[in-house]
Ligand binder design. Structure first.
Ligand code: ZN
Length: 290
C-alpha cells in the first residue's frame, strides 16, 4: 500500500496514529501505566497504529514535528505563546488530524462520518505540506485545560477526562456551523474546522481564536468556553469511558492509595481531586426543590 502522505511505495504496518509522547504522558500520569480515559478495551493496550505511512514519514518527517510540539507546547501548553504559531507546530497539528481521519476511515468506516473524515484527511494533508492553509482551508482552535470545578453543564469526571486521555470525533455541519473534527489530547482540545467559526453567526464561537503561521496564541484567554460548548459530547465521553472502566473492573482495582502516596503529582490524582471539588460544588449549589 502506498504511503498516505508522500505516496512512496511501501508503508510500515505500525505507523503511529497517536504520537508516542501522548502515550508516554498518559502512562506516566495514570495508575500502573493504564490508559483509562480512552475507548480501548485492552488494559495495557498497544499504541494505536496502522499501515498508513512509510518509515521515512513516520520516523523522520512526522517525528520531527512531534518532537518540537512535545518540547515547545505540550510540556506546558498554558505558558506556550509564540510556539503555538510555529510552522512545526502547525505541521504537527495537521499531521495529527490527518492520521486520526485515516484511522477512523479504516477502523470505523461508517458511511455517516465518511465525508467528514475524507474532508479532514485531505485538507490536513495539504496543510501539513503548506501551513499557509491554516486560516484558509483548515482552521484549528485550541483549548488548554484548567481545572473545572464550578459548572452545572459538565459532569464531575470532566477533569479526569480532559487530562488523561485521547480520542477524536467528527461533528457534522449543522445550521450555519461547518463540519468540524475534535481531537482530544491530555490537557488540550483541538477543534478543527473546514471554515471560519467566527463567521458562523453562532455566539458560542464569535470570539474564538484560530492558529495561523506566526500567530501569538494566549491559551489562558482564548477559546475558554469550548468544554461547555461541547458539553453533550464531553458528558457522553465521560459516561462511556467510565462505563468501560467499570465493566472491566478497573475503577475499583486501581484506586490505589499506596500508589497515590508515592506519586501524588500524577495527573490522575490531581484530576480526581478537582472532580471531587466539582461534585461538592454541584451538591452545595444545587437549586432547591420547589
Ligand atoms: Zn511517506
Amino acid at each position: 500500500m502506498p504511503c498516505s502522505y508522500c505516496g512512496g511505495p511501501t508503508t510500515i504496518l505500525r505507523s503511529h496514529v497517536v504520537p508516542k509522547f501522548v502515550i508516554r504522558y498518559c502512562r506516566a500520569n495514570s495508575v500502573g501505566g493504564a490508559l483509562l480515559y480512552s475507548w480501548e478495551r485492552e488494559f495495557h493496550h498497544e499504541q494505536i497504529t496502522g499501515p498508513y505511512l512509510c518509515s521515512n514519514c513516520d520516523n523522520v518527517v512526522f517525528s520531527q514535528w512531534e518532537n518540537h510540539f512535545s518540547r515547545d507546547v505540550f510540556a506546558d501548553p498554558m505558558t506556550a505563546t509564540h510556539q503555538w504559531g510555529n510552522l512545526s507546530t502547525l505541521r504537527f497539528l495537521a499531521s495529527l488530524v490527518f492520521r486520526c481521519a485515516l484511522h477512523n476511515l479504516r477502523v470505523a468506516p461508517t458511511a455517516v462520518n465518511q465525508t467528514q473524515n475524507e474532508l479532514f484527511r485531505d485538507r490536513a494533508k495539504a496543510a501539513a505540506a503548506d501551513p499557509a492553509q491554516f486560516g484558509n482551508q483548515l482552521f484549528v482552535y485550541p483549548f488548554v485545560f484548567r481545572p473545572i470545578t464550578r459548572t452545572y453543564v459538565l459532569m464531575p469526571g470532566v477533569n479526569s477526562f480532559l487530562t488523561t486521555g485521547f480520542h477524536s470525533r467528527v461533528h457534522h455541519a449543522e445550521g450555519t456551523l461547518p463540519n468540524c473534527m475534535m481531537v482530544r489530547l491530555p490537557r488540550i482540545l483541538l477543534l478543527y474546522s473546514e471554515a471560519d467559526l467566527t463567521r458562523s453567526g453562532d455566539p458560542d464561537f464569535a470570539r474564538y481564536t484560530d492558529l495561523r503561521p506566526g500567530v501569538v496564541f494566549n491559551p489562558s484567554a482564548s477559546n475558554t468556553g469550548m468544554p461547555e460548548a461541547f458539553a453533550p459530547f464531553i458528558n457522553q465521553g465521560i459516561n462511556e469511558t467510565i462505563g468501560h472502566q467499570r465493566s472491566y473492573g478497573w475503577w475499583q482495582r486501581w484506586i490505589n492509595r499506596a500508589d497515590q502516596r508515592l506519586f501524588p503529582a500524577r495527573m490522575v490524582y490531581q484530576a480526581r481531586t478537582w472532580d471531587a471539588q466539582h461534585r461538592d460544588w454541584q451538591h452545595a449549589n444545587a437549586p432547591s426543590q420547589p
